[in-house]
Design a protein around this ligand. Sequence first.
Ligand code: HEC
Length: 202
Amino acid sequence: MMCKSGLFISLFFIFLISCNTNPDIRISEPSMVEIERIHPVGETVAKDLMLTLQKELQAALAGGNFRQAIKICERKAIPITITVAQREYSVTDLKRVTRKYRNPANAPDSVELLALEYFDELFARQNDRPDNFIQKITGKDGSYFNYYKPIYTNGLCLSCHGPNTQMDQEVLHILDSLYPGDMARGYNAGDFRGLIKVQIRD
Ligand code: HEC
């Protein structure tokens, strides 16, 4: 299984290089030494963000008031992300990305889109759930790494990201008014929701 994934990762990087439309940067596979250095930082920061957001969400939902909880997500998710990023010197960007976004600030750029495609392809091919993915990006001003950690939904998420038919009318109403182009619905528990991206300096 490991071997199959390894082969797929290598093939995927060949695909990445051929699909990269930005001539100013080059995306490549990190070396083993680079992986050993980047992995612990990416993992720690991604988990920190996940836990911090989850705690905030649980506290917001404790009162049972969804209107309040949605407003807290709207106001606090991005500032919390910035605060978590600032805890680690080597982190130059931290972001949640997904194809089906609610907040347009979380839309993927062309490099992040390639990472989302990597996960989509692996899920489709092997029914495999890779734990993370690392890109090395080299540009005019040097290189950096993008560490990606997948986000999956659980039952708690569905009250705001579930199918329209299963969501509370008031919740739908608030979401429609705050996010007119909202795509982040229709999920079931255990679905792949998107990625946390931790950008780390070389
Ligand atoms: C109370 C409603 C609510 C619940 C419950 C909720 N979310 Fe969200 N979620 C939001 C709102 C509002 C946004 C948009 C604001 C933001 O976070 O940037 C959002 C955004 C997101 C994003 C960023 C991508 C995007 O679509 O903009 C991810 C990823 C996400 N949620 C995952 C989850 C997961 C996983 C759970 C369950 C653990 C969850 N959410 C539970 C309301 C909710």
